[in-house]
Design a binder for this molecule. Structure first.
Ligand code: B16
Ligand code: MG
Length: 223
């Protein structure tokens, strides 16, 4: 195992909640109901694809021009970026900083495969940018999660084979992306949801991100 490739929202920090609040604001402003259950479908999905899903959910997908859709997506992002200004280094999920330290000490490469265009700013706010040897810009890849592209790009940039990587995700789209990339998938979340998506190992929370456990499970899977 030579590299660990992280998702950001919902794995490193709880920005998933802020995405939810910003989308709810936007959806309600155009008369569309928006709840947490529907929000689950947007996790790991790009900004424009999320908007398309919301408009379809509201039955109004054909009522907006491309320019109007871009404006709606911008409005959501402005609200989200405004929420992000509150972010502090303490907002990192428990155990993540310690895990990054452990990886660094063991010379394991670290990459980020987030669908978020705001990812570099979030890493800066959390003061963890320096741990990452690569942060893939989602614009660099043709297809978003659940396609494997972003995880494959991270491996390519780290100059490692996918089979030498562990990917960590909280979304079902992200777990599918990791598996289709040919990597070992760690899901953070509920066992049922993560197993159904194909996770090789499920952790209830980020406190359980411990290198020895991951290495053990990774090598069991190889044999
Ligand atoms: P932005 P991840 C994803 O990040 C989020 O899960 C998803 O809800 C969001 O729409 C997407 O990033 C795009 O984010 O609007 O900031 O570019 O989970 O892949 O780290
Ligand atoms: Mg996520």
């Amino acid at each position: 195992m030579k590299a660990v490739i992280f998702d950001l929202d919902g794995v490193i920090t709880d920005t998933a909640e802020w995405h939810y609040l910003a989308w709810k604001d936007l959806a309600n402003s155009i008369g569309i109901d928006f709840n947490r259950e529907f929000n689950e479908e947007l996790k790991g999905i790009s900004r424009m694809e999320s908007l398309e899903k919301i408009l379809e959910h509201g039955g109004v997908a054909d009522q907006y021009s491309e320019t109007e859709k871009l404006a709606l997506a911008n409005t959501k992002n402005e609200k989200y970026v405004q929420l992000l200004t509150q972010m502090k280094p303490e907002d990192i999920f428990p155990g993540v900083k310690e895990f990054l330290e452990e990886l660094k000490k063991n010379d394991i490469l670290i990459g980020l495969a987030s669908a978020s265009k705001n990812a570099p700013a979030i890493l800066e706010s959390l003061k963890i940018t320096s741990y990452f040897q690569t942060v893939v810009d989602p614009e660099e890849v043709a297809n978003g999660k659940p396609a494997p592209d972003i995880f494959l790009k991270a491996a390519e940039k780290l100059a490692v084979r996918p089979s030498e990587c562990i990917g960590i995700e909280d979304s079902t789209a992200g777990i599918s992306a990791i598996k289709d990339a040919g990597m070992f998938a760690v899901g953070v979340g509920t066992v049922e949801k993560m197993k159904q998506a194909g996770a090789d190992l499920v952790l209830e929370n980020t406190n359980q991100l411990v290198l020895s456990l991951l290495l053990e499970e990774f090598s069991t899977k190889q044999n």
